[in-house]
Design a protein around this ligand. Structure first.
Ligand code: FES
Ligand SMILES: [Fe+2]
Length: 429
């Protein structure tokens, strides 16, 4: 046995529901995260509706790497590093666009939409038959329910394995029945001064904060005000994978409020019976797809007695440094929804979870405070608390039941503990 390192102490503290503050600052841990999580896991990077035609591309970041997600001439969506294999120049500085090929601005090497190196200026004269690379650095891309996931690890298991039983919940959010979602707005992009795990933990499971951080919304009638209501629902964890979700039930009102009745019927018809049962009770559903993709659907009410409007957002928290996180936030709508509903839904998203949305700004103000506190090495020895008593288990994972480890009540710290314990396990190897 080697000598006990401070890192052993992190694992022990996490196992007891304590959180060493250093995990939100340490450059060594950040480098480990890049190597063992962001270089190995399937990461949500785009939605296929952002790439409607061959040649369409988006530029995304995975850690410090710049990645292009491109629809090829054959309609397939592929990934490649946004980096020329000659001298390493960036192939494009645009966040998105449409091209016939990527031509490097430095010496003009040209890449086809599938990444093949198809042009080297003066190749015969200058390279005398040298064996140059055949392509850009390719990045694996797979899709599920319209979302594109990239993986830097050529040896990683397929996406289906990485998502596991969380697919059941993705189906619930983005319904499988012939009415795909499309990006209606975004992704909005902004930077926040906090560690990427802070917002990921929040979406993984922190309905405790809602009544306090977002007090204005509760007092204004936009959110339910009773803590009892917030205890009506359940939380779920997918064992081994770190994906988590939270479902808040309705106090009253129609099933799946906030969408036109004809649309609700189409949703319901597309579900498995156990999904339909959930659909009839749920008002708000949110969660985190490990490591850093968060999903949320809820309703917004413009006036106290006015109609509810549902919106869907997906966001990724992309680490740029231990203390800075890039946020990409998409608003999605059902493709077949009436245009009038789509417009209201986007507005509901923007006013609450867009970059200047009221709910989003409440959260960011708190998360950046956590970031400031953690940034000083003088606080490295401090510990924070995730010690809320575990919630009572509910049946789950059996036939006709939602999959995963389920517990009763919306307000919990079980999910955040699972998130951090999974994070720690990933760092071990
Ligand atoms: S760096 Fe791209 S062509 Fe030289
Ligand atoms: Fe919040």
């Amino acid at each position: 046995m080697g000598a006990k390192t401070p890192w052993d102490a992190i694992g022990e503290e996490l196992a007891q529901g304590r959180v060493p503050q250093v995990i939100y600052r340490s450059p060594e841990l950040w480098a480990q995260e890049q190597a063992r999580i962001f270089s190995r896991r399937w990461l949500l990077v785009a939605h296929e509706s952002e790439l409607p035609a061959p040649g369409c591309f988006v530029r995304r970041r995975i850690g410090g790497l710049s990645v292009l997600i491109v629809r090829g001439k054959d309609g397939q969506i592929r990934g490649m590093l946004n980096q020329c294999v000659h001298r390493g120049a960036e192939l494009t500085g645009y966040w998105q666009g449409a091209v016939r090929a990527f031509s490097c601005p430095y010496h003009g090497w040209t890449y086809d939409l599938d990444g093949a190196l198809i042009g080297v200026p003066f190749r015969e004269r200058l390279y005398a038959g040298a064996a140059l690379p055949n392509s850009a650095h390719l990045v694996r891309v797979e899709r599920y329910r319209g979302f594109c996931f990239a993986n830097l690890d050529p040896e990683a298991p397929p996406l289906a394995e990485g998502l596991g039983d969380f697919r059941w919940y993705l189906d619930f959010w983005f319904q499988p029945g012939g009415m795909e979602m499309e990006v209606a707005s975004g992704p909005d992009r902004w930077l926040i001064a906090t560690n990427w795990k802070v917002p990921s933990e929040n979406f993984a499971g922190d309905s405790y904060h809602t009544l306090f951080t977002h007090r204005f919304a509760a007092q204004g009638g936009y959110l339910p005000t009773s803590a009892r209501l917030h205890d009506q629902g359940f939380s779920v964890r997918i064992p081994g994978l770190g994906h988590t979700a939270n479902f808040a039930y309705l106090a009253d009102g129609a099933p799946w409020p906030g969408v036109p009745p004809a649309l609700a019927e189409r949703f319901e018809a597309s579900y498995l019976p156990e999904q339909a049962a959930l659909f009839r009770r749920v008002r708000t559903a949110l969660g985190n797809l490990f490591p850093n993709a968060s999903i949320h659907t809820t309703v917004r009410q413009w006036e106290r007695e006015g109609p509810l409007v549902r919106f869907w957002t997906v966001r990724t928290w992309n680490p740029q440094s231990p203390e800075q996180t890039e946020v990409l936030s998409w608003c999605l709508v059902p493709r077949q929804a009436p245009d009038s509903f789509k417009a209201l839904s986007v507005q509901a998203y923007r006013l609450s979870f867009g970059p200047s949305g009221m709910v989003e700004q409440d959260d960011v103000a708190v998360w950046e405070g956590i970031g400031r506190a953690a940034a000083d090495p003088a606080g490295d020895g401090l510990s924070l608390s995730l010690e809320m008593a575990p919630k009572p288990p509910l049946p789950g994972g059996g036939p006709g039941q939602p999959p995963g480890e389920i517990s009763q009540g919306l307000i919990n710290e079980d999910n955040a503990r699972t998130f951090l314990q999974t994070w720690w396990r990933c760092l071990q190897g």
